[in-house]
Design a protein around this ligand. Structure first.
Ligand code: NAD
Length: 263
């Protein structure tokens, strides 16, 4: 199916690897002109070059820490100068450190809010004026299955993503008349460096081999597998499509059926 986004300018934050990269890959495969960022500018340049070669489209990499307001301002200026105003935005950031209420110092809360809530708020604020003027835009935020069922030992992530979900639902209503859709994609468990780190953390805490933790994670999905970032990216590309114009304010799980609730 032609998604109708050939040539559209897409910005995917935190996208040198993992789920952000999966989204950037799929948008590049649709021949969007793609900008990506990561804290390590060299990694961003390298990933952009790989994608440009693989998909035969323009891909630019920028260094930016999305938890920092000044980095986001600079990133948006750079993207506008090199590609133009983003028409498609995928917001992403690394995950905050694991921890429980007992183990998490209060000082960590604000850092997590900057990383997983304010980063999205700021970059969305930066791109919506041009989307409104154009009467077309697609905003997709990577959150987590934790907004449906909070995950033990991920207190900071649970908190920040719940706040982001409330923000997204509210602005979806406000931006719909301007032709801008706003949706969240909720990963279950996908094979990325983040999951490798969380597996290692749990293996250490529970004193068991990492492979046992992976097996338990796979068994938690009715598919008996862990997702791949490309599964996730394909869902993002569809939400970015012309055809998805009537889907907004939605929270779409990409979790292989792991979530067991009704809604
Ligand atoms: P990952 O660690 O594999 O990749 C993270 C990417 O973000 C990398 O490109 C990294 O360079 C970049 N990054 C990290 N911090 C950044 C920052 N401050 N500024 C700019 N770039 C930054 O992670 P992932 O598994 O792809 O996860 C992406 C997001 O989805 C995370 O917030 C994670 O907590 C969440 N999540 C992932 C899963 C999963 O199954 N992988 C499940 C639920 C939620």
């Amino acid at each position: 199916m032609d998604l109708g986004i050939n040539g559209k300018i897409a910005l995917v934050t935190a996208a040198t690897r993992g789920l952000g990269r999966g989204c950037a890959d799929q948008l590049a495969a649709e021949k969007c002109r793609v900008a990506i960022c990561a804290r390590d500018v060299n990694a961003a340049h390298q990933a952009a070059e790989e994608m440009a070669t693989q998909y035969g489209t323009e891909v630019k990499g920028f260094g930016a820490d999305v938890s920092r307001e000044d980095d986001i301002d600079r990133l948006l200026d750079d993207v506008r100068q090199s590609l133009g105003d983003p028409e498609i935005l995928v917001t992403n950031a690394g995950g905050p450190p694991p921890g429980t209420y007992a183990s998490t110092p209060v000082v960590e809360y604000e850092k997590a809010l900057n990383l997983n809530l304010m980063s999205a708020v700021r970059v969305i604020h930066g791109v919506t004026p041009a989307m409104k003027a154009a009467g077309w835009g697609r905003i997709i935020a990577i959150t987590s299955i934790s907004v449906k069922q909070p995950i033990g030992n991920l207190l900071l992530s649970n908190m920040a993503r719940a706040g982001l979900t409330g923000f997204l639902k509210t602005i979806a209503t406000e931006l719909a008349p301007a032709g801008i859709t706003v949706n969240a994609l909720l990963p279950g468990t996908h094979k990325t460096s983040r999951i490798d780190e969380l597996v290692q953390d749990r293996a250490t805490r529970e004193n068991k081999p990492a492979n046992d933790v992976y097996r338990e994670m796979m068994a938690a999905s009715p598919t008996n597998t862990i997702g791949d970032p490309s599964d996730f990216g394909a869902a993002a590309a569809f939400l970015a499509s012309v055809q998805a114009r009537y889907i907004t304010g939605h929270n779409l799980l990409v979790d292989g059926g792991k979530y067991s609730g009704l809604l």
